[in-house]
Design a protein around this ligand. Sequence first.
Ligand SMILES: NC(=O)c1ccc[n+]([C@@H]2O[C@H](COP(=O)([O-])OP(=O)(O)OC[C@H]3O[C@@H](n4cnc5c(N)ncnc54)[C@H](OP(=O)(O)O)[C@@H]3O)[C@@H](O)[C@H]2O)c1
Length: 258
Amino acid sequence: MRVLVTGASGRLGRVVLPRLRDGFAVRAVSRHPRGGSDVEWVVADLATGEGLTAAVAEVEAVLHLASSPTRRTHEVDVLGTRRLVEAAGQAGVGHLVFVSIVGVDRVPFGYYRHKLAAEQVVTAGPVPWSILRATQFPEFLEELLRAAGRLGPVIGDPAVLAQPVDPADVAARLAGMLAAGPSYVVEEYGGPQVLRFDEAVHAWRAARRSRRPLLRVRIPGRLGRALRAGGLTTTATPTGTRTWADHLADTYGGTGRR
Ligand SMILES: NC(=O)c1ccc[n+]([C@@H]2O[C@H](COP(=O)([O-])OP(=O)(O)OC[C@H]3O[C@@H](n4cnc5c(N)ncnc54)[C@H](OP(=O)(O)O)[C@@H]3O)[C@@H](O)[C@H]2O)c1
């Protein structure tokens, strides 16, 4: 099966490409020319639509991972998804798999509103679809912790709940969805453990042998309530297999696996 992967150069895309090597012929999209032996790279831009018609030609499925969380999000995530879906519909693509985020329907982040709108573009569009909402990748959680520790102590709401899921687990799930064909279902997929923010910080500090204290700050309002109530977590099964401790052990060494 020939599959077009958008966002192929991103954190998830880089793990997905080798996962699809067996069983799929992969065409990968980037805004910039790239090379690679097993993958056919094409240049396309969701923000302008440039290159999309050629990108979707003669593919049977599209795995849509591309996203722009911090700039031109409406243009890329919502209008760009519409451009992609329309081009795929005209090309007769048989299945579009879209990756979204657990909590887009209940946590009031601006980015999540755009992801939810992009989901609606997919479900209303002409191409048979499947959607996977994943929880946070551990690398993203680490970026948040580094940002939260910029001023010295790690600042955060100890009771916020997270459920990191490894991109390799997500990639395996996505390969299964591509093989299975359109489900017309929005599936949720999380990591094997739900952690409080203070537990995640504690394990992170131990792995890095850091003594930074946690400065406890309660996030106010609707956002704080949603985050503490588990808005970013899911009870869906199956879950991924790799824990936050596995990620920390792989990244920083040590024997902290559980
Ligand atoms: N990060 C997380 O914790 C997390 C959790 C759950 C779900 N997700 C979802 O998983 C997906 C992948 O996330 P990620 O963390 O791997 O993303 P990422 O590392 O930020 O990569 C973003 C990708 O989007 C592409 N892109 C950005 N603007 C584009 C445009 N105008 N046209 C075409 N491509 C464009 C980039 O490609 P080029 O720069 O090569 O053009 C890049 O490959 C996203 O949909 C995200 O919402 C992420």
